[in-house]
Design a binder for this molecule. Structure first.
Ligand code: DC
Length: 228
């Protein structure tokens, strides 16, 4: 009998296209898409609404005790998951550059990682999910059957991020977005708790010169060649 979980994990740096690919892959497999980054973004927004400094571990821990955060599946394959914070839909509010930076900062705090990791493991306990984030293959689902680490060159990732923000209707300062992508990836890779890195058993895909459908085809090939 296999002890591998019927779970796909996709980790990688910002702007690499993880969300697009994860949504498509989940739809193709008939799995549920678990956007773990959306949860860190929800916590960041909660801190901002409450006037809590994301570096203040004690205050952040108190907030985590009363956190009311829920994910609802996306209305369609082309849309982000819906995020409810204290019962209110904050799906658009969590997608700003400001919240990206706050989410990265608050994600370094132990009380945040412990709580969200537990929630994610519960959501994935029954299997059949595609989990996307920074530590889904290393920490959240080390027993996942199929692990991917998606990478792309910095210039291409910045371009993709700018395109995504424009699509959302955000005013974009390209120079600023470049700096933010560099800082966020460095901070996410250098933090001591659950840093961004490829799991030893992850398949690494460089998508710099690949379109989403090419990446999807490669992942489906890996999955079909390695059945549970
Ligand atoms: O994937 P994203 O851009 O929505 O993630 C926002 C931030 O949340 C990211 O910079 C770091 C943090 N994060 C994390 O630490 N672990 C995860 N599994 C997912 C996101």
């Amino acid at each position: 009998m296999s002890h591998r979980l019927e779970v796909v994990t996709i980790d990688g740096p910002s702007g690499v296209g993880k969300s697009t690919i994860s949504r498509k892959l989940a739809a193709r497999l008939g799995f549920t898409y678990l956007d773990t980054g959306a949860m860190y973004r929800g916590v960041a927004l909660k801190c901002r609404q409450s006037g809590v400094d994301v570096r203040d571990e004690r205050a952040v821990a108190d907030l985590m005790d009363v956190l009311d955060l829920r994910l609802l599946s996306a209305p369609s394959e082309n849309e982000d998951v819906r995020v409810l914070l204290d019962g209110r839909d904050v799906s658009a509010e969590i997608r700003t550059p400001e919240i990206s930076m706050l989410a990265s900062a608050v994600s370094a705090q132990r009380p945040v990682r412990e709580k969200l990791t537990r929630m994610q493991q519960k959501m994935g306990a029954a299997g059949r999910i595609v989990a996307e984030g920074r530590d889904t293959g290393t920490v959240v689902f080390p027993g996942a059957a199929w692990k991917f680490y998606l990478d792309a060159g910095l210039a291409e990732r910045v371009r993709r991020r700018i395109r995504q923000l424009r699509h959302q209707g955000e005013a974009v300062d390209e120079e600023e977005i470049f700096k933010q992508v560099v800082k966020r990836d460095r901070d996410d890779m250098e933090r001591s708790l659950a840093p961004l890195k490829a799991a030893p058993d992850a398949v690494i895909i460089d998508s710099t010169d690949l379109g989403p459908d090419d990446v999807l085809a490669r992942m489906l090939e890996v999955i079909h060649n390695n059945p549970l």
